[in-house]
Design a protein. Sequence first.
Length: 295
Amino acid sequence: MEKRYILGSTNNAEVFNKSTQYSTNTGSMEQDKTKYTTRLEFDTTDMIRFINDRGIKVLWESAYFCPCLNKQTGQPRMDCPRCHGKGIAYLPPKETVMMIQSQEKGTNYMDIGLLDTGTAIGTTLLETRVSYRDRFTVPEVLMPQASIHYVSEERIEKGIPMYYDVKEIEYIATQDGIVPKDDYKLENNRLFLDKKYKGQNVTIKILMVLRYIVSDILKESRYQYTKFNQSRPKFENLPQKLLLKREDVIVTPAPYKVESGIGNDIEAKVEDPKATPNKPNISNIGGFFGGAFES
């Protein structure tokens, strides 16, 4: 005859689940034995060598909030020599090496033009501690970039600010055709046009240095306690994993107004680099999509 087992009975000797009961004196002792799992350590020396071999030279600039902010409005000065109206400035660059992967153009149709959101993944050296909003410049890589601007009287006088590191102007065009090189000049990253172009729209094609803004840190603090060949455990930082975005998603609102008076508090709102540019209700974020022209 088949033997029966009763579930859930704590007093029955024939209980089926005896996870909390021991039939021998050694059962509880065996349960208390420390269990070890297989431990994996990263060879940080090889990791550093791999990043240096596969990485590219970059200039790393630590970001900080510019002190030009107006204490009443909380907005930066448009004519600030540090942040150039962005509200975020950068410390002097440091040369380092970073691996950049998964680079994509990431274009989105917005109104009558395109927005380049270009994302990438960055892997830093072990001891490089990067923060949100920091900027990386890849000086050996040039990228094309197009923009359109309204030429106002103020822009004739003060110049059109070029927020990128412009290395070459490929062409400037109006409705009537290509603008001759004698009719414009680039000084201090500002474009000055001849006064005969006042009141017109100009489209500009430039070659700029590739720059990325840290929009998020996917792996902020990776670490390990190294024990292999160590007399005592050694704490070591591991590389950070960064989400990078092309600098051209960092836009400021237009129209850009510069007063002739000295000391005027010229201010602009700042678009946070982590905020998504895909907001149809925002009509003043510059570029092709609503802010380049005067209302």
